[in-house]
Design a protein around this ligand. Structure first.
Ligand SMILES: *Cc1c(COP(=O)(O)O)cnc(C)c1O
Length: 394
């Protein structure tokens, strides 16, 4: 091996030695309540497929029809080769669904954060960012060159004092996740809005784990709190509850128009395919027709959490279908997850550095795709392993 690359094998060995090397499992079935993982059929508690749409026949049909009509690939970026009718149609439908003035579709939620933050602020500016914000917000903030001021998690008073401590900047932007993916807690949006309005600062919310989950029929965090028109810009993903892939930015029309001109991932990276876009349109149709899937998701989440608490498990501070089962200890968490897998339950252990040291947990992602029988089976296996490992009493 070339010497200049030796550092990489050293670093990889470091990860292995510290137990931080991530062995990625291989799935050979469609997404759903059950998956074929590494050759074995397991109950799926890992996916962000909140509503079970990833393998919905209506989305699959829409994708197939779009391939026949528009082909496989987009062939260029939208600003050069033009928009597909489907892209503009999806943007209009998403704006209506979210109750936003306008939206623009990107290739992913990650690209939406990078493109939006870097287009709104620059090196004369300041970003106030919740300390637990998603990696794509952190990267977008760094890319923008703005000064980054982190405030204590979900603490609007800490945000207000952070703002008072800053001066001499040109523009400012407050950014927060709507639902925090590791704990399942919800940002105090009304308080953030108050602070943003008092200081006349732009407010951006990342609704990746909120849409399809919170609000009327899954319209997201702004709808959940009735804050329409008071959040300047929202980031969305089409890869979680919507079940496909892609991202979008919803918000004030001047921001969306600006991103059409200056959102770099929009300008310099090819669009999502016709098949993706058509499948997303089918997902919006389903969400607009009925709240059935969202209702089932919440029924499932409430049932699972209350049964787990009854058994003596600690479900942390979750207020959403994201259900962390808190263990604290890293080795116990990894061992618990491994034993669940031996019992045909696929639930991911999450440890440092994704969460702080001593806050290790297994994160259970509840979906509308789970039947009551599936949930009961998962609960039974958690109880069995919990007793074996002395986490809960018998
Ligand atoms: C998942 C997630 C993203 C990234 O979305 P993708 O569409 O998968 O790129 C961005 N922000 C938050 C808060 C997320 O949870």
């Amino acid at each position: 091996m070339a010497d200049k690359l030796r550092w990489i094998s050293d670093e990889l060995q470091n990860l292995r030695d510290q137990g931080l090397y991530n062995t990625i499992r291989t799935i050979s079935s469609p997404q759903g309540a059950w998956l074929d993982v590494d050759g074995k059929r397991v109950l799926n508690f890992c996916s962000n497929n909140y509503l079970g749409l990833a393998n919905d026949p209506r989305l699959r049909d829409a994708a197939k029809r779009a391939v026949d009509e528009f082909g496989a690939g987009p062939a260029a970026v939208r600003t050069i080769a033009g928009n597909l009718t489907l892209h503009r149609e999806l943007e209009a439908r998403l704006a209506k669904f979210k109750g936003a003035e306008a939206t623009i579709a990107f290739q992913s939620g990650f690209a939406s954060n990078l493109g939006t933050i870097a287009a709104l602020v620059g090196k004369e500016d300041v970003i106030f960012s919740d300390e637990l914000n998603h990696a794509s917000i952190i990267d977008g903030a760094r890319l923008s060159g703005a000064k980054i001021v982190r405030y204590a998690h979900n603490d609007a008073n800490a945000l207000a004092s952070a703002i008072k401590n800053e001066s001499g900047y040109r523009r400012a932007l407050i950014i927060s996740d709507g639902v925090f993916s590791m704990d399942g807690d919800i940002a105090p949006l009304p308080d953030l809005v108050t602070v943003a309005e008092q200081h006349d600062i732009m407010l951006m919310m990342d609704d990746a784990h909120g849409e399809g989950v919170l609000g009327r029929g899954g319209r997201g965090i702004v709808d959940h709190f009735g804050m329409h028109g008071r959040v300047d810009v929202e980031i969305g993903t089409l890869s979680k509850a919507f079940g496909v892939v892609g991202g979008y930015v919803a918000g004030k029309k001047e921001i969306v128009e600006w991103l059409n001109q200056r959102g770099r991932p929009f300008l310099f990276s090819s669009a999502t395919t016709a098949a993706d876009t058509a499948a997303c349109l089918a997902a919006v149709d389903i969400l607009e027709q009925s709240t059935e899937l969202v209702d089932r998701l919440w029924d499932n989440a409430r049932y699972f959490k209350s049964e787990m608490r009854r058994l003596g498990f600690d479900t942390g501070k979750s207020e959403t279908p994201i259900t962390p089962i808190m263990f604290g200890d890293e080795a116990l968490t990894r061992n618990f997850s491994k034993k669940l897998f031996e019992n045909d339950v696929f639930a991911m252990g999450i440890t440092y550095p994704t969460v702080p040291k001593g806050k290790a947990r297994i994160r259970v992602m509840i979906s509308a795709a789970h039947s009551r029988t599936d949930l009961d089976r998962g609960i039974r296996m958690f109880a069995k392993v919990g007793r074996e490992l002395g986490v809960i009493g018998s």
